[in-house]
Design a protein around this ligand. Structure first.
Ligand SMILES: [Zn+2]
Ligand SMILES: [Zn+2]
Length: 159
């Protein structure tokens, strides 16, 4: 990692990733906004976190608590597990790994975002969401591959 690597673990530089969004540019996607909010915590830029709360939940934002969390946590990494968007609604499921009081902790959340006048806002979050049950598909080696390649499974993904 170079010194300018974005804290959100995107692999991009801060200047091309979360930097402009923290500076006030609209996030292109709900995921980009989510990443910028994580980066804001890492960089103690709680103004950004506060202003990207949807209007109806902004008064619930506890600035003092957010400052304390930002201070006490040693942020390790962000993984975006899933991000979907439909029109002006977005959902981002993510995992944050951090250290607090010398302990490794994780925060797993499925967050909802809403776009208002071209700007994405965080509107709700469900912590430790129940995942959809993992679908286990058993495929015979001579059956068509489920990836849709048209090959037999054993000649494709089953190799
Ligand atoms: Zn970033
Ligand atoms: Zn395949």
């Amino acid at each position: 990692m170079t010194s300018s690597a974005c804290p959100c673990c995107s692999g991009l530089s801060f200047e091309t990733c979360c930097g402009p969004i923290l500076a006030g540019a609209p996030a292109a996607t709900a995921e980009a906004l989510m990443r910028s909010r994580y980066t804001a915590f890492v960089r103690h830029d709680l103004d950004h976190v506060e202003r990207t709360h949807a209007p109806e939940i902004r008064e619930d934002f506890n600035r003092a608590e957010a400052e304390r969390v930002a201070d006490e946590c040693d942020w390790q990494r962000l993984d975006v597990l899933r991000a979907t968007e439909e029109g002006d609604e977005g959902t981002v499921e993510f995992l944050i790994q951090f250290r607090r009081d010398g302990q490794d902790m994780r925060h797993h959340e499925r967050a909802s975002f809403r776009r208002i006048d071209g700007q994405w806002f965080y509107s709700a979050g469900e912590v430790n969401p129940k995942g959809e049950p993992r679908r286990v598909v058993k495929v015979g080696r001579n059956e068509p591959c489920p990836c849709g390649s048209g090959k037999k499974f054993k000649a494709c993904c089953g190799r």
